[in-house]
Design a protein around this ligand. Structure first.
Ligand code: RET
Length: 307
């Protein structure tokens, strides 16, 4: 007769392999909590800065308009251009401060883990495209101010303006470009930088040559304004590269830096130009009468023409 304990002894090796023991119980399955989408967006400080800049641009527009008071139309060309610049900037800052003219550019960022496969999450940065609309309209006007002051010919002025618009649009395409497609984003940025070199070439080099015929006073004013513009404008692609490009600066920091640059490039540039222009009659321009009388030739006295 077989004793039940003998049966149990015989079965023990079999059951020990079939039934899980304390040591063979699988541990907790490693889990990864997905990283939520990260938003790089404007904060309270940035929004307040946009409102303050809007107010400063409106105030500057009003003061520029006042400066043109009592100035005859024929001598008001610089006043009109300069006032338009700050009016457009006011509109752009109003749009940005109220949350318009903005979008998000999202890119995928990979997260690496030790025991499980890599995961990814989205980083979305706020892009204020209104800024580029502003620049596309106002930077050609700023260049026009400089070209008219220096007496640059129409052909070079037009080339400078077109290169400038290409520069700004390239910046916009770069800002909206896909992060993963390096060629798209940084390719547009490179095109923008090359266009900027053309702008410098047309305005600074040609302007520097033509302005010498206008006397020492105008030459000195043009050199000062052109150098100031060159230094300021060169800061824009650097800020862009750090903020929108590499995303190493917050949206608020980006807004604050652009505000300082825009304030110097528009109101400060404008006051410098208009106050100096007032004291220098040789800077008056009427584009051969076109500015105040149009293209009609009737009633005009043409000196030096036989007929
Ligand atoms: C971008 C990116 C692409 C390359 C370059 C740029 C330059 C921008 C500049 C902007 C100037 C703006 C001004 C605004 C005034 O309020 C578009 C940033 C070269 C020079 C003067």
């Amino acid at each position: 007769m077989i004793h039940p304990e003998q049966v149990a002894d015989m079965l023990r090796p079999i059951t020990s392999t079939l039934l899980p023991t304390a040591t063979s119980v699988p541990g907790p399955v490693p889990t990864v909590i997905p990283t939520p989408t990260e938003y790089q967006t404007v904060g309270e400080a940035g929004r307040r800065t946009l409102w303050v800049t809007f107010a400063l641009m409106v105030l500057s527009s009003g003061l520029f308009a006042l400066l043109s008071w009592n100035v005859p139309t024929s001598k008001r060309l610089f006043h009109v251009i300069t006032t338009l610049i700050t009016i457009v900037a006011s509109l752009s800052y109003f749009a940005m401060a109220t949350g318009h003219a903005t979008t998000y550019n999202c890119s995928t960022v990979w997260d690496h883990h030790k025991h499980v496969p890599d995961t990814s999450h989205q980083v979305c940065r706020q892009v204020f495209w209104g800024r580029y609309v502003d620049w596309a309209l106002t930077t050609p006007l700023l260049l026009l101010d400089l070209c008219l002051l220096a007496g640059v010919d129409g052909a070079h002025t037009l080339m400078a303006v077109v290169a400038d618009v290409i520069m700004v649009l390239s910046g916009l395409f770069a800002a909206l470009g896909e992060e993963g497609k390096t060629a798209q984003k940084w390719g547009w940025y490179t095109i923008g930088c090359i266009s900027y070199l053309f702008v410098i070439w047309h305005v600074a080099l040609h302007g520097g040559r033509t302005v010498s015929a206008k006397g020492r006073g105008v030459s000195r004013l043009f050199t000062g304004l052109a150098l100031f513009t060159l230094l300021l404008w060169t800061a824009y692609p650097i800020v862009w590269g750090i903020a929108d490009g590499a995303r190493k600066a917050s949206v608020d920091t980006e807004i604050m830096i652009y505000t300082v640059l825009d304030f110097l490039a528009k109101p400060v540039f404008g006051f410098w130009l208009l106050l100096s222009h007032r004291a220098m009659p040789e800077t008056n321009i009427d584009l051969g009468g076109y500015w105040s009388h149009g293209l009609a030739t009737e009633g005009r006295i043409r000196i030096g023409e036989e007929d």
